[in-house]
Write a protein of this length. Structure first.
Length: 734
């Protein structure tokens, strides 16, 4: 009987464990104007953190006329798929739902379900509530707007290190914002108990951690953010009715905790702010810069206001130091399509491009840097900035070529200034003069990637070249105390790309250029011997090789930039044009030789790779062999780049957080191919059907790396794949 009971309970326990997946959420709303039919359009943004990126809150109408959802956008903001330093993996997403409502009267949206991840204050289900009021305010003459709030997916602190967290609570209407603990059970909160060891200053939205025992489980915070006018105001609705709002009493704003809801004073908006807070074992020291990362310039201050122009990338640089720990990652929370990247000098760059529909909106971006010492993770202070989305201040257009950046700036966008009052970072060379190409309507700068003060940066995915056009009183000035204009110019070149070889008729190099993107061109050619003096004439194709004979190949990046280097990270062979097809034979992996016959040769320069290997074929397959190589470009001489690391053994430990998101914008793929090479038949081989083999090797002629995308080259060849194994053929089978 007991064993039967255990069997019956197991599915229930598994179900409950798998259901525990919620870390927290927050939501805001933005009025977007009237539709042609007189109805109202609003955007409701919901940031949600679960154990997987596929989970999503299901918002339903709780009260009032909530209208209907007309469009829906969703994407991942940040994630920790490796779960290092956390009990479980987490993923933060944002959903932007556009709603059409026929009335501007108040309504409530609610998402209710189960269950939070296992936590120490026993919060189980969640029920975030978003209260929306779109009435016309008597003080601004515009529809009411909610505060802009944000929080990191998970905060952590050593138990012996008191910490203060200023929660972002910017209000575009200038209202007073209050943060309190939820108090209405099953509406604002589940357990409605405030976590022990913390103080909350409601009026300033400041959370103070004092002390709490360390625990592998986090505290679950269920907070509510409300805004109240600074003076008495009225709200006017479409039907002519009114409602009134009054300021919050000073004593209520400063109350440390809230156990009751002030029913007599109705807020303008009510937003949920739910998050997890982990108290770790004590740190050897609470001093910032040792174990706890210390944020350094140019990291923006907490609460900083930043302007971002529509359709232009905003970059926030974050620098941290921890002398007794290793900086491993950055945690971020921000608007949809935000991304973060680590540069090769160990700093971080948060990047985001606002779209036209976000003009006039405000967004909070929060971040914290994490460090590791042993198996312990330490988190810096959380900083949050408010981004104000404005129209283009300076109308400019940037294009990126293989060796230069070209920027065109409309003179009408900055009256009373001419190219005589503008300069690049280093104008000493005549090629850096802005007078060379400018005309009556545009200031035009053609900026070499290796001159005029152009700086090169590098992250995991890209080489980034930057320069700046700024104003000067006189062309000979060295300093200025006037900052009338500053135009940042940036070109981004992906470091990685695929080059492939195919065994069809040789085609000339293909270089594809896409407007607005940078490029590097790659050539992949065959040579008759190890001197690599003259490449095999394309007119002599198809080429023939004997099994076991050596095939000499060279990959070269064609670029005039002398401070970059080429690195071949991997090469593999497959019997079909898809490098991911099976079977697949690895030649180079993680920069290391895998094929036992592979030989490397001294290159003529840093953007060249020479190698050879013995010819082979796939057993049981047709005579096609495709070779694909993944190559990348790095800043030459930088010891922190992937190129400088060279061969990396696959058994080495990976970093704290892996599988970071890819660059959002990518160019299309381009098809290029070359070949064929065939296996030469010997006299005795012609008499045996087993030995009547034909070898085709693959190579690619030119591949583009565009600024924000990666180009892979493939060849179109369709055939059916059979399930066979691969191994090099011994020479007697030739």
């Amino acid at each position: 009987m007991a064993s039967t009971l255990v069997i019956l309970l197991l599915p229930l326990l598994v179900s409950l464990a798998s259901a525990s997946h919620h870390y927290g959420s927050a939501s805001t709303f933005t009025y977007k104007g009237k539709n042609p039919d007189g109805s109202h359009r609003i955007d409701v943004r919901s940031r949600e953190t679960f154990t997987g990126c596929h989970f999503v809150l299901n918002w339903n109408c709780y009260s009032g006329n909530c209208g209907s959802r007309t469009s829906y956008r969703r994407g991942t903001l940040d994630s920790n798929p490796s779960a290092v330093g956390y009990n479980r993996r987490w993923c933060e997403t944002e959903t932007v739902a556009t709603r059409r409502v026929t009335s501007d009267k108040p309504f409530d949206l609610r998402a209710s379900s189960c269950c939070w991840v296992s936590n120490r204050n026993h919060v189980s289900s969640w029920s975030p509530l978003t209260s929306v009021d779109l009435g016309i305010r008597s003080d601004t003459g515009k529809p009411n707007r909610s505060p802009d709030i944000a929080i990191l997916p998970s905060l952590r602190v050593p138990q012996n290190c008191p910490q203060t967290y200023k929660l972002p609570s910017f209000d575009p209407d200038g209202d007073n914002v209050r943060c309190r603990y939820g108090s209405i059970r099953s509406v604002e909160c589940s357990s409605c108990t405030s976590p022990s060891g913390f103080d909350l200053d409601q009026g300033s939205c400041t959370l103070n951690y004092r002390s709490a025992p360390a625990d592998s489980k986090a505290f679950a915070f269920e907070m509510v953010v409300e805004d109240f006018p600074k003076t008495n105001i009225s709200l006017i609705y479409d039907d002519g009715s009114r409602s009134y709002r009054t300021p919050l009493p000073v004593r209520a704003k400063r109350q440390a905790t809230a156990t009751m809801y002030p029913g007599a004073i109705t807020p303008l908006s009510k937003l949920p702010l739910h998050f997890s807070f982990l108290v770790n074992p004590s740190a050897p020291s609470c001093q910032e810069g040792l174990y706890l990362p210390r944020l350094l310039p140019p990291t923006p201050a907490n609460g900083a206001r930043i302007q971002a122009e529509i359709n232009k990338e905003l970059e926030i640089k974050v620098k941290a130091q921890a002398s007794s720990a290793r900086i491993i990652d950055i945690m971020i929370s921000g608007p949809l399509n935000i991304s973060n990247h680590r540069t090769t000098n160990g700093d971080f760059a948060i990047r985001w491009t606002p779209i036209t529909d976000e003009l006039g909106n405000y967004f909070s971006i929060c971040f914290a840097v994490e460090a590791m010492a042993g198996s312990r993770i330490y988190q810096s202070e959380m900083r949050c900035v408010v981004v104000d989305i404005v129209d283009q201040i300076v109308k400019s257009y940037v294009s990126c070529s293989e060796s230069a950046m070209t920027v065109e700036i409309e003179k009408s966008s900055f009256p009373r200034l001419s190219e005589d009052n503008l300069r690049l970072n280093d104008p000493s060379n005549t090629v850096c003069s802005l007078q060379r190409h400018s005309n009556s309507t545009h200031v035009i700068a053609v900026i070499p990637l290796n001159a005029c003060g152009t700086q090169i940066e590098e992250d995991d995915d890209n080489l980034i070249f930057t320069n700046e056009i700024t104003t000067v009183d006189r062309g000979t000035d060295v300093i200025t105390r006037k900052h009338l204009l500053e135009v940042q110019v940036c070109c981004q070149y992906p470091k990685r790309g695929n080059v492939s070889q195919s065994f069809t008729v040789h085609r000339p190099n293909v270089t594809v250029w896409e407007k607005g993107y940078g490029r590097f061109t790659y050539g992949f050619e065959f040579y008759p011997d190890s001197t690599f003096r003259t490449m095999v004439d394309p007119n002599s194709y198809p080429l023939e090789y004997e099994i076991g004979s050596r095939v000499f190949m060279q990959i070269e990046a064609t670029s005039s930039i002398n401070n970059t280097q080429l690195f071949v990270e991997s090469c593999s062979a497959a019997p079909y044009d898809n490098p991911n097809s099976r079977p697949k034979y690895t030649i180079i992996e993680n920069g290391c030789n895998v094929d036992s016959t592979l030989q490397r040769y001294t290159p003529d320069h840093q953007r060249q790779f020479k190698f050879s290997m013995e010819a082979f074929k796939f057993i049981g397959q047709n005579n096609q062999v495709y070779i694909s190589c993944s190559v990348m470009m790095c800043e030459a001489g930088n010891p922190n780049t992937r190129c400088a690391q060279g061969c990396i053994n696959s058994t080495q430990p990976v970093g704290h957080r892996i599988a970071k998101r890819e660059v959002v914008t990518q160019t299309s793929r381009h098809l290029v191919s070359q070949g064929p090479l065939r296996l030469k038949r010997s006299a005795e081989g012609a008499e045996s059907p087993v030995m009547n083999l034909n070898l085709n090797l693959v190579f690619i002629a030119g591949c583009l790396l565009a600024a924000v995308g990666m180009i892979s080259a493939v060849i179109m060849y369709k055939t059916k794949v059979s399930k066979v194994k691969y191994q090099p053929l011994p020479t007697f089978e030739s």
